[in-house]
Design a protein around this ligand. Structure first.
Ligand SMILES: NC(=O)C1=CN([C@@H]2O[C@H](COP(=O)(O)OP(=O)(O)OC[C@H]3O[C@@H](n4cnc5c(N)ncnc54)[C@H](OP(=O)(O)O)[C@@H]3O)[C@@H](O)[C@H]2O)C=CC1
Ligand SMILES: N[C@@H](CC(=O)OP(=O)(O)O)C(=O)O
Length: 345
């Protein structure tokens, strides 16, 4: 089976990661690349200012970038990936869905909308069937599916493992986020070198809401959000890739460190092409995980955890994931693979 795909916002930090992951994909084939008016009409190699460690794929470099409108892309595409700024995504993604395209989006708009599936396939693949309600209510032939914020994705797999085994009552998290999370033009070197910035606009609220939707129950019509309390504090630090997070949890049932580690390590992955063999890897070395050493675990698609210890009433641990792979492009790709497996494309 060949799935013809396009990438909206293909020239950006996440768009380039999508190209990197899609170019060698056995089933998905890149047929369209879009960006802003400034890039439209140029070759992808020229417009993208490729910044990824592996070379730009030759065939993709020669493709012409188009504007980001339904009229500008081929109408026989099976799937679109969207890595647009959220204000642009908010405007154009519904237009693509209305025109019949299925969109797997990484942008933050509409993530918490009642009829939009927000999925991490290993955690809540069943929520994808919200598409039925979305199509009924919006009259779309296409569909819109979201992956969560990169910081949220990093903590949710270990939290899901703890929730399944012991129940979750309260989560507190502090993040140390890489500069690539702000996009290529997001943080200047003068702002971030020799520094840390204790604010990332809107990020705390995303972690506090998206995590509860992801961990919620889907009854076939709507998602009841998990009732755990989640509190976040987000910080930018001068790493390039990989978000590291310090997490404190209060569990409903008591959990020892050994039981918690076992719950995380045995939390199941999926058989999708881009799924890691093991979703959460737990380090015993208290100095791990570290961004530079551990962000490429299982091709950047696994979550690394460590520093597990008991606290008064719960547990503390650290976790890490590659923000533009597992946290963004890889997350959208997994959702695309889930859409294919479930027959939505
Ligand atoms: N970086 C990360 O770790 C993560 C990012 N995200 C989200 O993913 C999305 C993309 O992020 P990122 O790749 O970092 O952003 P970038 O700024 O690096 O890239 C933005 C992309 O959108 C295109 N674009 C900008 N304006 C327009 C427009 N008016 N019309 C059409 N296309 C436009 C750009 O094209 P051009 O080159 O022509 O300007 C570029 O392709 C954002 O919503 C971001 O919040 C989510 C999780 C993690
Ligand atoms: N805000 C995140 C990345 C991001 O763009 O998140 P979102 O997809 O929720 O907008 C960061 O700076 O690391």
């Amino acid at each position: 089976m060949t799935v013809a795909v396009g990438i909206l916002g293909a020239t950006g930090a996440v768009g380039q990661r999508l190209v990197q992951l899609l170019a060698p994909h056995p089933e998905f084939e890149i047929r369209a690349l879009t960006a802003s008016e400034a890039s439209a009409g140029r070759s992808y190699g020229d417009a993208s200012k490729w910044r990824i460690e592996s070379p730009i794929p030759d065939a993709v470099a020669e493709m012409t970038v188009t504007e980001t409108t339904p009229e500008a892309v081929p109408d026989d595409l099976d799937l679109l990936f969207s890595s647009l700024p959220s204000d642009i995504g908010r405007e154009v993604e519904p237009a693509f869905c209305e025109a019949g395209y299925v969109v797997s989006s990484n942008s933050s708009n509409a993530r918490t909308a009642d009829d939009v599936p927000l999925t991490v396939p290993e955690v809540n693949a069943d929520h994808i069937d919200l598409i039925e309600r979305q199509r009924d209510e919006r009259g779309w032939d296409g569909a819109l599916v979201k992956n969560p914020n990169c910081s949220t994705i990093t903590m949710v797999p270990p939290l899901a493992a703890l929730d399944d085994a012991f129940g979750l009552d309260r989560v507190t998290v502090a993040t140390l986020q890489a500069v690539s999370g702000a996009g290529y033009d997001g943080v200047t070197s003068m702002e971030i070198i020799d520094n840390a910035i204790p604010h990332i606009g809107g990020e705390e609220n995303k972690m506090e809401t998206e995590s509860r939707k992801l961990l919620g129950e889907f009854d076939g019509a709507s998602v009841s959000w998990h009732d755990t309390r989640v509190e976040a504090s987000c910080n930018r630090i001068p790493t390039l890739d990989g978000h590291l997070e310090n997490v404190w949890v209060e569990t409903t049932a008591d959990a020892t460190v050994e039981e918690a580690a076992e719950a995380m390590e045995s939390y199941p992955s999926l058989e999708l092409y881009s799924s890691p063999d093991q979703l959460v890897h737990v380090f015993e070395d208290p100095e791990r995980p570290q961004p530079r050493l551990d962000r490429t675990l299982e091709g950047g698609m696994a979550v690394a955890a460590g520093g597990l210890r008991s606290t008064d009433g719960g547990l503390q641990f650290n976790c890490l994931a590659h923000n533009t792979l597992r946290g963004a492009a890889g997350a959208s790709l997994l959702n695309g693979e889930l859409l294919a497996e479930k027959g939505y494309i």
